[in-house]
Write a protein that binds this ligand. Structure first.
Ligand SMILES: Cc1ncc(COP(=O)(O)O)c(C=O)c1O
Length: 456
């Protein structure tokens, strides 16, 4: 373990300067390490050393300061340390008798999370693998509640012969939320999609005509569009649902919900606290290592009723203690509360606010640097930490192809890494500034790398 710690520290120390992308794909590593399992074991230290050497070419410096792909956070030093401790402790975080410490960690940090995210202080909470399964939890509780109100026990009877549920999402719904609906038997395609505006915000004015007040209804909105960072108008959606007799409102705020931690940005999430359930990630913008999500539900009894209902004499549950599994989909699992404790305790309220605001400031800086160059267009309003960049070739030719080429050149050069997307039919480089360790100098190096690749 000491050797592993040394090797881990070497990796972390090199993060800032290593080629941000990978040097090989999976096949290169499989060729090195694959094949039949040897009959004889190997020395543990040698195994760890071999892993550090042979997996290394396929590692991405995604925890480093110039990785801007997808929406990926780094790892705060305290969170990294806590993660190593969590590994050493190897607690199963499902039941209280299996780890009072893991139960306590969730009880300590859950209220901190609710407070930072501006959610009701008495909401119940759980720590799933990520926002995707956090939203699946929220939707499952919504399914339980809206069907329960019309006399249907979905946990006991499933959906066979159940009353119809109307499911409404925005046109820009995240793909994983549809997967959650798929898991729950609500169908990824059987949803009503409300049109979005040019930034990807659900158009609340189109909601009333789509709503059928006679049907049990689940509406899912999002805080933070994965491309633009834009927010669905939670207040207006909650207003539209106010008169509905049987509706559940869920917010997918994988990264955007963190805007609530900043007085400067809080206006973006106005109204989200009126929803019934919320999902976000700690492994994105809170910068804890993978994996850690967060889900909160207004109605604790409903939350527990819709989740893990395994009961058996040997499980030794008692009503006086928290069993973490009553709030998520999984049973045996890693104790995710410890890293969240470390991240939040090391940052404090002010540190969280500063980190979120810094990332947004850096995203604006990058957008300004790039947008000032000829032929470079910023496609979105940079309201949060996301920037969409489109670049026209010097001869005015195919901007889609050229933008992709620039992205590939930057990736190959290795100074920074960012992915691509298509926004309203236009090819774009997609930049997400989510890492605690990114500095202004990193942003300027990245802007220079992009402009160099574009020949500007
Ligand atoms: C809006 C939104 N929802 C859900 C997810 C899925 O999050 P995870 O993969 O952490 O579960 C993402 C990931 O980027 C997201 O941006």
């Amino acid at each position: 373990m000491r050797r592993a710690a040394e090797l881990g520290l070497e990796f972390l120390a090199g993060l800032d300067e290593r080629h941000v992308g990978a040097a090989t794909d999976d096949a290169g590593i499989v060729a090195q390490l694959g094949g039949p399992l040897p009959d004889e074991g190997a020395d543990p230290e040698a195994v760890v050393e071999q892993m550090a050497r042979d997996f290394d070419p396929g590692l991405i410096a995604s925890a480093g300061p110039r990785y801007f792909g997808f929406v990926i956070g780094g790892q705060l030093p305290a969170a990294a340390g806590a993660d190593w401790l969590t590994g050493a402790w190897s607690q199963n975080a499902n039941l209280h008798p299996l780890s009072p410490a893991a139960a306590a960690a969730e009880l300590v940090v859950g209220p901190w999370m609710l407070d930072l995210l501006g959610l009701p202080a008495d909401a119940s909470f759980g720590f799933p693998t990520g926002a995707a399964l956090g939203s699946t939890v929220g939707l499952a509780v919504g399914r339980h509640v809206v069907l329960g109100r019309v006399g249907w026990d979905v946990e006991a009877r499933g959906l066979f012969g159940a009353p119809e549920i109307q499911v409404i999402v925005g046109e820009e719904v995240h793909s994983t939320l549809l997967t959650g609906l798929q898991y729950l038997g609500l169908g990824r395609e059987r949803v009503t999609r409300i049109p979005s505006d040019e930034q990807g915000r659900l158009r609340a004015d189109a909601l009333p005509s789509a709503l059928d007040a006679s049907l049990p209804t689940i509406v899912a909105i999002q805080a933070g569009n994965v491309n633009t960072g834009a927010f669905d108008p939670a207040d207006a959606v909650a207003d539209a649902l106010a008169a509905h007799p049987n509706a559940w409102l869920h917010v997918d705020g994988a990264f955007g919900l963190w805007a609530a931690a900043s007085p400067e940005l809080r206006h973006l999430v106005a109204g989200v606290e009126r929803a019934d359930s919320w999902a976000t990630d700690a492994h994105k913008w809170l910068n804890v290592g993978y994996d850690c999500g967060f889900v909160a539900v207004r109605d604790e009894a409903a939350h527990r009723a819709a989740m893990m209902s395994a009961k058996a004499a040997y499980l030794m549950q008692d009503a006086a203690h928290r069993d973490n599994w009553e709030y998520v989909l999984d049973s045996s699992r890693r104790a995710r509360g410890f890293v969240v404790y470390a991240a939040l305790r090391s940052l404090g309220r002010n540190g969280v606010r500063e980190m979120i605001e810094r990332c947004c400031r850096l995203a604006r800086r990058l957008a300004e640097r790039l947008g000032a160059a000829p032929g470079v267009e910023i496609l979105n309003d940079v309201v949060l930490n996301q920037v969409l960049v489109r670049i026209t070739p010097p001869d005015g030719g195919d901007a889609d192809a050229f933008t992709r080429q620039v992205m590939t050149r930057v990736q190959d050069e290795g100074e920074a890494w960012m992915g691509g997307t298509t926004w309203h039919g236009l090819g774009a480089i997609r930049i997400s500034v989510s890492n605690w360790s990114t500095t202004e100098a990193d942003i300027d190096r990245t802007a220079a790398a992009i402009l160099r690749a574009a020949g500007r």
